[in-house]
Design a binder for this molecule. Structure first.
Ligand code: AMP
Ligand code: ZN
Length: 114
């Protein structure tokens, strides 16, 4: 997707503040952090929303979660705990339409979210 900002990060056209990368996923710091640790984990290949995962791409969801747990460990928040969030479509709060998982931690998380 040529006009997708997260695809541009995955391809290297834009350089994010990368903290983890493997063949399938990229993790970088959110531009507007909502917590001391706020990292976005994305699949390198374009998937617009969680609704667009199918049987072929479902494995990506597990890879996003595994990467999030790895980043949480690296950030030193694995033991104290953290939150993972995937916003889907407008009512879910999604503003960038390339699937991404938010990893939030470093402060107590409140429930329910606003
Ligand atoms: P969402 O609202 O779930 O779609 O989350 C999109 C997230 O992307 C927001 O938390 C933004 O702060 C973040 N974001 C947007 N542009 C950038 C960027 N260039 N680099 C890092 N994070 C970004
Ligand atoms: Zn994309």
């Amino acid at each position: 997707m040529t006009d997708c900002i997260f695809c541009k990060m995955a391809s290297g056209e834009i350089t994010p503040d990368t903290i983890y990368e493997d063949d399938d996923v990229l993790a970088f710091r959110d531009l507007h952090p909502q917590a001391p640790t706020h990292v976005l984990v994305i699949p390198k290949r374009h998937v617009s929303t969680l609704n667009d995962l199918d049987a072929d791409s479902a494995g990506l969801a597990g890879k996003l979660l595994l990467a999030a747990a790895k980043v949480a460990d690296r950030e030193g928040i694995a033991e104290q705990g953290y939150r993972t969030v995937i916003n889907c479509n407008t009512a879910g709060g999604q503003t960038v339409f390339h699937l991404h998982l938010h990893l939030l931690g470093g402060r107590p998380m409140h429930w329910p979210p606003g």
